[in-house]
Design a protein around this ligand. Sequence first.
Ligand SMILES: *[C@@H]1O[C@H](CO)[C@@H](O)[C@H](O)[C@H]1NC(C)=O
Length: 89
Amino acid sequence: MPLNLASKPAVLCAFLFLAVSALSVVKAEDPYRFFDWNVTYGFIYPLGVRQQGILINGQFPGPDIHSVTNDNLIINVYNSLDEPFLLSW
Ligand SMILES: *[C@@H]1O[C@H](CO)[C@@H](O)[C@H](O)[C@H]1NC(C)=O
């Protein structure tokens, strides 16, 4: 026998309740933040003494990342050095 929802208000209410509940459980995905970092050699001046250092986008220390917990960070790192480069945090 086919289920006729219109003739069964309790079933219809239950179905609507489940549908609305499912919608409220699904939350928007956390935001993505995209960065391009170019790693190069450059001069830094620790204690006023010039020496070669490693810069990110021309800065030392590198750029700040403004984000909050659960943000998704996508960082494209271009190694323009002539040696391998390791980032960690
Ligand atoms: C990185 O910086 C160097 C030096 O300014 C430049 O030659 C190179 O094209 C840059 N690479 C990228 C991917 O921006």
